[in-house]
Design a protein around this ligand. Structure first.
Ligand code: SF4
Length: 397
């Protein structure tokens, strides 16, 4: 029997798919590449945006054409299993908790198709940002056992993985994050550690201390801003003000001056007038993010934001996103320019057809290295140029 697994959405979903993959393998299934025709296709869906739901539905339709058994699981199932059952009567719906409970393996040993291993340490979110559906589909915060996480990383490091991305739905909600990171840092074979995303309020002094204490921690953090306007932040039920955000960034930069910070910004939230939008643009400029993911707000049924007054017209949202993309591109180019002429360590992830090899620097900047280099090697390079989004580098000598 063959099985193929497809994942949509975040790093936590990708981790869970890997767990299911290894569980099928333990049951004697032959694992096919993602999306390949197989006896069974499992789709791990996402519902974070309307677009993610549409993509999930498209994948289900396509899979039904090439496989007689399609198992559908993940966040979209948690949100709307009855609807999915009605729309696709031939699919088999399996709840996430049932799959996880049934799984023959309780930790992963490799990460299919990835050079970097994502490690889920926590599930669930209790923050209830007013636009977000995730707390309703992922439930309350649940920490994984420290021992199990450390064993998993030890095994992956033993299997040649060098970089670990510590991941959670609300990573900062993990109790004892700093202690855990200290333990991970000591594991033999772990060369690089990243944190997937941290809310501003979860960045404590002790966390900054540990991040600055070892070269294994990559100097990059992703800290969602969402809006640069206090009135909008409050409507979003985010638990910080623009000034709190500013102070957090200053505190981090005081200890780790060269750090790169990326963020998410949501444009067109109800009530976002021109002034509020300008405030967002202002803090983006002031902070100097290495990367900004700009999203247009879209209503998610069952969330509190659906009841808010003063919706922003779609055309206005599009125009604002366009403006922010232009602004952030200029800023991120300037940050990348700082690295010209410097050396950097790149973990090679892909050999490209055009003669370059692709990987990320420790600062999480995308780099193209001249030459075809074997994947999963950390190479020292000299940054020579900047083209579009990529830094261009070569191996000296
Ligand atoms: S912190 Fe907010 S945006 Fe993130 S998952 Fe929780 S509710 Fe959603």
């Amino acid at each position: 029997m063959t099985v193929s697994l497809i994942t949509l959405g975040c790093k936590v979903n990708q981790y869970e798919t890997q767990l299911y993959r290894e569980s099928f393998a333990a049951d004697g299934f032959e694992i096919k590449n993602s999306g390949e025709p197989s006896d069974i296709i499992l789709i791990n869906t996402c519902c974070v945006t309307k677009r993610a739901e549409k993509e999930s539905r498209n994948l289900i339709s396509r899979s039904l054409k090439i496989s007689s058994k399609v198992i559908v699981t993940g966040c979209y199932v948690e949100k709307e299993d009855a609807y999915l059952r009605e729309r696709f009567p031939r699919i088999e719906i399996v709840r996430r908790k049932d799959l996880l409970n049934k799984s023959k393996v309780n930790r992963i040993h490799y990460f299919s198709g990835h050079t970097r291993a994502f490690i889920k340490i926590e599930d669930g979110c209790e923050k209830f940002c007013s636009y977000c559906i995730i707390p309703y589909v992922r439930g309350r915060v649940k920490n994984r056992e420290t021992k199990e996480i450390l064993e998993e990383i030890k095994e992956l490091a033993g299997n040649g993985y060098q970089e670990f991305v510590i991941t959670g739905v609300d990573l900062g909600a993990y109790e004892g994050l700093s202690d855990l990171l200290r333990k991970i840092e000591k594991i033999k074979g772990v060369e690089r550690i990243r944190l997937s995303s941290l809310e501003p309020g979860d960045i404590s002094d002790s966390l900054i201390e540990i991040l600055s204490s070892s070269p294994k921690f990559c100097p990059h953090l992703h800290i969602p801003l969402q809006s640069g306007d206090d009135k909008i932040l409050q409507l979003m039920n985010r638990d910080y003000t623009v000034n709190d955000y500013r102070k957090t960034i200053a505190k981090i930069r005081e200890k780790i001056p060269e750090i790169c910070i990326s963020t998410d910004v949501m444009v067109g939230f109800p009530g976002e007038d021109d002034e509020a939008f300008k405030n967002t643009a202002r803090i983006i400029e002031e902070t100097g993010f290495s990367r900004v993911h700009c999203f247009r707000y879209s209503t998610r049924e069952k969330t509190r934001a659906t009841k808010l007054a003063n919706p922003v017209e779609e055309e206005k949202k599009k125009e604002r996103v366009k403006n922010l993309i232009l602004l952030t591109k200029g800023i991120s180019q300037k940050i990348k320019e700082r690295f010209l002429g410097k050396t950097a360590a790149i973990l090679i992830e892909k050999k490209r057809k055009d003669g370059y090899s692709f990987g990320y620097s420790r600062h999480y900047l995308p780099v193209l290295v001249k030459g075809k280099i074997g994947t999963n090697q950390i190479v020292k390079v000299k940054i020579e140029d900047l083209e579009e989004n990529y830094l261009i580098a070569s191996i000296p000598g």
